[in-house]
Design a binder for this molecule. Structure first.
Ligand code: HEC
Length: 112
């Protein structure tokens, strides 16, 4: 009688732990992504939660995922993004791309 209950409790505790680690690493990833965005993208794009892009044609990062699917964008970042002419070509390693996407997800405007 006691065992199944203990097992269930252990499973619950494990689940809670895993969820917590996941959140922490997403936050850490997003932090890295913010640093990448500020260093490499902020000259043209508004990379934060407020403000307009320095280059008017460059979409603000907080609205990017409304137009781009995150998984597609991540692939493009790794493959070497060349979305259009005014954009310099970037090529990210999977960690860098992951971090940027995590950051983008964290700042998307609430109405999306
Ligand atoms: C030299 C200026 C410049 C820099 C630096 C820059 N971008 Fe851009 N980016 C642009 C411009 C301008 C556009 C809009 C192009 C157009 O729509 O024709 C654009 C468009 C984009 C788009 C496509 C958006 C859409 O809706 O089609 C993505 C994604 C993007 N940039 C990501 C990035 C990322 C990630 C970085 C940093 C690693 C970055 N850009 C750095 C100028 C820049």
């Amino acid at each position: 009688m006691v065992r199944p209950i203990l097992a269930a409790a252990a499973a619950l505790a494990l689940g809670a732990c895993a969820a917590q680690t996941g959140e922490v690493s997403q936050a850490a990833l997003a932090d890295d992504g913010r640093a990448i965005a500020e260093a490499q993208c902020a000259a043209c794009h508004a990379v934060g939660e407020y403000g307009e892009s320095p280059v008017a044609a460059a979409p603000t990062f907080r609205t990017l995922l409304a137009r781009y699917r995150a998984d597609v964008l991540e692939e493009e970042l790794i493959a070497g993004i060349q979305v259009s002419h005014p954009m310099p070509e970037f090529q990210f390693n999977p960690q860098g791309a992951d971090a940027l996407i995590a950051y983008l997800r964290s700042i998307q405007a609430a109405e999306q």
